[in-house]
Design a protein around this ligand. Structure first.
Ligand code: KIV
Length: 271
């Protein structure tokens, strides 16, 4: 693990040197501080915040202002990790001008060091134009949650052969387009492991997988999945490294019981 601040320019070197890249989402100060101190390489303020923080069914309603609000908190906590912020749905697809203005706000107001957007071939020109204003871009292809209605749900992509959106050969083209457009890395979400490995071997930029197997250059998890902060559903790819939902629930139960029994506050908690 590098001690120094992680920069966009370090990531290609990590790929070349085969140093696995660890990325996590974060949405607030304390968790960003914990993950940064633990040595995570990238922190992502994902639009997944719509689902895991706001309790929505999809990421679609997340606004740019909301991502900026959370990015500011993470930026205050972050010391070492590279901070990437998501461009939410309909804050970059309408026009190039919109994509530049939204990306600029994530950097200027949020304190992000790079932005992430979903899409392959169709987003290549947008990626190029954002890079023209010197904002680094991370791509995101495969299961792209902003395309939930096209995909018919959060479904694994790239299983079927073909060149239409979500099919195998199209994903290979999407990956090449994202790289050629100048992205510094790309997320591969919800695709078969062998396809992710093929994309990773062909690409000169790092791939960061989520539900894409061990053959990627790095991995990303949504922090709530990594910490077991889910009430029930946990997707197959998400390994909980802790069980914070149960821990928090047990703590709340103990607190309520002690308040009701007048066991808390004890003399040592009182003035
Ligand atoms: O929004 C998000 O958290 C993401 C990750 C799942 C990569 O895009």
């Amino acid at each position: 693990m590098a001690k120094d601040k992680v920069r966009v320019t370090d990531l290609v070197r990590m790929k070349v040197e085969r140093v696995p890249i660890a990325m996590l989402t974060a949405y607030d100060f304390p968790f960003a501080r914990i993950f940064d101190s633990a040595g995570v390489d990238l922190l992502l303020v994902g639009d997944s915040l719509g689902m895991v923080v706001q309790g929505a069914e999809t990421t679609l309603a997340v606004t740019l202002d909301e991502v900026i609000y959370h990015t500011k908190m993470v930026a205050r906590a972050r010391q070492r990790a590279l901070l990437v912020a998501d461009l939410p749905f309909l804050t970059y697809q309408v026009s190039i001008e919109q994509a530049l203005a939204s990306s600029g706000r994530l950097i200027k107001e949020g304190g992000a060091e790079a932005v992430k957007l979903e899409g392959g071939i169709t987003m290549a020109d947008t990626i190029r134009r954002i890079l023209d204003i010197d904002v680094p871009v991370m791509g995101h292809i495969g299961l792209t949650p902003q395309s939930i209605h096209r995909m018919g749900g959060h479904r694994v992509q790239g299983r079927r052969p073909g060149k239409t959106a979500g099919c195998r050969e199209r994903l290979l083209e999407d990956a090449a387009a994202v790289e050629q457009a100048g992205a510094f890395a790309m997320v591969l979400e919800g695709i078969p492991s062998e396809l992710a490995r093929e994309i990773t071997e062909r690409a000169t930029i790092p791939t960061i997988g989520i539900g894409a197997g061990v053959g990627c250059d790095g991995q990303v998890l949504v922090m709530h999945d990594m910490l077991g902060l889910n009430e029930s559903f946990l997707p197959r790819f998400a390994k909980p490294f802790a069980h914070l939902w149960q821990d928090a629930s047990a703590a709340a139960n103990s607190y309520i019981r002690e308040v009701r029994e007048r066991a808390f506050p004890a003399p040592e908690h009182s003035y």
